[in-house]
Design a protein around this ligand. Structure first.
Ligand SMILES: Nc1ncnc2c1ncn2[C@@H]1O[C@H](COP(=O)(O)OP(=O)(O)OP(=O)(O)O)[C@@H](O)[C@H]1O
Ligand SMILES: [Mg+2]
Length: 317
């Protein structure tokens, strides 16, 4: 039995967990076959907040954006910092279950949905489980399939990504309709942001995905001038070496309100919406919301599932 057959076999075990014990009767089709037919039912728009370097403010921004977005539709927040999750803290919930249970085959994705606030549910990432940071292909496929099942119940999917360039992290970003790449003015964060763009472009190409570059947000800038410089330096290097135009969505100032709200287990939007961070985020979000509403909502779960099942030879191309 080759590696893939083995994964398939294991997947059927995962499937059993998702279907409450019984395997579906239809013959097992390839993910591409499942994606192609009929008119699309999924209309959930997806956005991933990513960064190369850790600690750039992804979770603080995602939490605040989730609280803004739930005024426009039903939001599902997916904590993709698997194993080191903390998205639940910003909404003061204590999830009983997480992706750790899904990967263990004990629960389906739909069974870990944790209500946070009116119009906002969370898929918790799980804490203190190191193995979750390096999932196997069939495990990612299983998560994609489970996500595809819950997505149609929502208007928006927000993915709070882990930092870094792992295949798993980039796969979540590539699966979403839109990706925001967060950097700070720190030169190490900028270098890692460029590294993320490079890997993102390569991985999308290897997977045959036609994707625009992520949109850049400069966080913790001390002035408009500083944010502009960060944006133009990254735009120059991206244009030169990746031959693509990087769009800067906006910038968010350094603001102690982020710390205060996090300590109170709140997002800035629910705790201090009139703070500098709150107002800047609202500005960035209005543009983002328009772009999200214009996207086709293809379904991040299905994309993730398909990407995880592409033969390894194709992915390495
Ligand atoms: N605009 C800001 N002003 C001041 N502090 C900020 C700002 N944005 C984020 N922070 C602080 O930076 C730290 C990291 O933030 P956060 O956890 O949101 O980053 P992250 O990118 O999600 O990190 P990780 O990569 O570990 O998931 C936190 O202490 C947070 O309070
Ligand atoms: Mg985070």
């Amino acid at each position: 039995m080759n590696r893939w057959d083995h994964a398939r076999q294991l997947l059927r075990i995962g499937r059993r967990a998702e279907t409450g014990g019984s395997l579906p009767e239809e013959p097992f089709r390839t993910p591409m076959e499942r994606v192609q037919p009929g008119p699309r039912s999924v209309r959930c728009r997806s956005l991933c907040i990513a960064s190369g370097k850790g600690g750039t403010g992804k979770s603080s921004m995602t939490a605040a954006f989730a609280d803004l977005l739930r005024g426009h539709g039903k939001v599902l927040l997916l904590d993709a910092d698997l194993g080191c999750a903390n998205a639940h803290i910003f909404h003061d919930v204590h999830p009983e279950h997480s992706f750790a249970d899904v990967v263990a085959g004990d629960r389906g994705v739909h069974e870990i949905v944790t209500p946070c606030a009116p119009g906002l549910d969370l898929l918790p990432g799980g804490s203190g489980v190191g193995r979750l940071a390096g999932l196997r292909e069939y495990e990612l496929e299983m998560i994609g399939r489970g996500l595809a099942r819950v997505e149609p119940d929502y208007d928006f999917l927000l993915v709070d990504s882990a930092a870094g360039l792992s295949r798993q992290t980039v796969a979540f970003a590539a699966a979403c309709d839109q990706t925001v790449l967060v950097t700070t003015p720190d030169v190490t964060a900028m270098t890692d942001a460029y590294a993320f763009l490079k890997v993102f472009v390569r991985q999308c190409a290897a997977l045959g995905q036609q994707r625009e570059l992520p949109l850049l947000v400069v966080n913790r800038a001390t002035s408009d001038q500083e944010a502009k410089e960060v944006g133009s330096r990254l735009r120059d290097v991206t244009g030169k070496f990746l031959d693509q135009r990087l769009e800067v969505l906006g910038w968010i100032p350094e603001d102690r309100a982020v710390f205060r709200c996090t300590q109170r287990r709140q997002s800035v939007v629910s705790g201090e919406p009139e703070s500098e961070f709150g107002r800047a985020l609202e500005q960035v979000s209005s543009d983002l919301l328009t772009r999200l509403q214009d996207s086709d909502g293809t379904g991040a779960g299905e994309r993730l599932e398909v990407m995880s099942t592409r033969p390894a030879k194709t992915r390495r191309a």
